[in-house]
Design a binder for this molecule. Structure first.
Ligand SMILES: [Zn+2]
Length: 261
C-alpha cells in the first residue's frame, strides 16, 4: 500500500474486500479492466514520450520471491510479475502482497511451455488455468501475458486476443539467466534503458536470483538518478483504466508467505 490513493470505482468494487478466496485470504481490490486494444496485441516497449521504465520478473513466484518483493518495497519501486500458474499454489498471500504494493501481475503460462508448439486445446489450458489460479488467489484477473521464451507466434497471439490479453515482450534483457553476475546484470539493464523500456529479469532462487537481488537496488537508484520513473507495464502502456485501490492483504490460514515452492 505504498503509492496509490484508494479510489473507489465501480470496476474495482467488484473485487471488494469481502471476497473470500480459495486459501481463506481476502481479495485485494484492483482494477478489473486493462483497456485492451486489438491494435496493440503485442508490445516490446512502451511509449517513448516519457522517461519511464518497467521492470519485469518472470517465472515466479519462486522461493526467492519474498526477498525480491522486499527489495522492491524498500525502494518503493513498482514492478510487473509474470507468474506461472503452476507456481501460484502456496504463494497466494504473496500475490496479494504484490497487488497491495501497486505491482502488476501477468500470466506467464501454467507450465512454462512453448505455446507455439501446443495444440489449440493445450494452449487454451495453459492460459486459462493460469488466469483462474491468479484470480482464485487474488480476485484479480490479469490483462497482460508474456509468452514463455518470448515466442508470440500467430496462434498464440490469436488465443491471447480472444481473451483480451496483451502480449508483453521486452526491449532490454538483463540476461540474469545466463549467470553473468550482479555487475553485468546492472550493466545490461542500464546500457539499454531508455524512455519506454521494458526490462526482462527473473524471479528465481539460487545463485541467479541472488545476483539479481544484489544488482537491483543499484539499478533502481541509478535509473532514478537518470530521471526515470519506475512504473508497471500496465501503467507504461496506459492500459489501466482506473487507479488500483489497494487493500492490505490478509494472510492465509497457514501463514503462506511465499516461502514454500
Ligand atoms: Zn519464463
Amino acid at each position: 500500500m505504498r503509492r496509490r490513493l484508494a479510489v473507489l470505482v465501480a470496476g474495482a468494487a467488484i473485487f471488494g474486500t469481502g471476497v473470500a478466496l480459495a486459501d481463506g485470504g481476502k481479495a485485494v481490490t484492483t482494477p478489473s479492466g486493462c483497456g485492451y486494444s486489438p491494435r496493440h496485441t503485442s508490445v516490446r516497449r512502451g511509449h517513448s514520450y516519457a522517461p519511464r521504465v518497467a521492470l519485469t520478473f518472470d517465472d515466479g513466484p519462486s522461493a526467492a520471491a519474498p526477498a525480491l518483493l522486499k527489495a522492491l518495497e524498500d525502494k518503493r519501486a513498482p514492478a510487473t510479475f509474470f507468474v506461472l500458474g503452476g507456481h501460484v499454489r502456496g504463494h497466494e498471500a504473496l500475490l496479494r502482497r504484490m497487488l497491495a504494493d501497486g505491482d502488476a501481475i501477468g500470466n506467464h503460462s501454467f507450465s512454462h511451455a512453448n505455446l507455439a508448439t501446443r495444440s489449440p486445446r493445450a494452449l487454451a489450458q495453459e492460459l486459462d488455468r493460469t488466469q483462474r489460479a491468479i484470480a482464485r488467489a487474488t480476485g484479480f484477473t490479469p490483462c497482460l501475458m508474456r509468452p514463455p521464451y518470448g515466442i508470440d507466434a500467430p496462434a498464440v497471439l490469436a488465443a491471447l486476443g480472444r481473451r483480451h490479453l496483451t502480449s508483453v515482450l521486452w526491449s532490454v534483457n538483463s540476461a540474469d539467466y545466463t549467470r553473468p553476475g550482479a555487475a553485468a546484470i546492472k550493466r545490461n539493464v542500464l546500457a539499454g534503458a531508455g524512455p519506454g523500456t521494458i526490462v526482462l529479469a527473473h524471479d528465481e532462487d539460487g545463485a541467479r536470483g541472488r545476483a539479481l537481488l544484489r544488482a537491483l537496488p543499484s539499478i533502481i537508484d541509478t535509473l532514478r538518478q537518470r530521471g526515470y520513473e519506475l512504473v508497471t507495464v500496465t501503467d507504461l502502456l496506459g492500459l489501466a483504466q482506473t487507479p488500483a485501490a489497494p487493500v492490505r492483504p490478509t494472510a492465509g490460514p497457514s501463514g503462506q508467505d511465499g516461502s514454500r515452492r
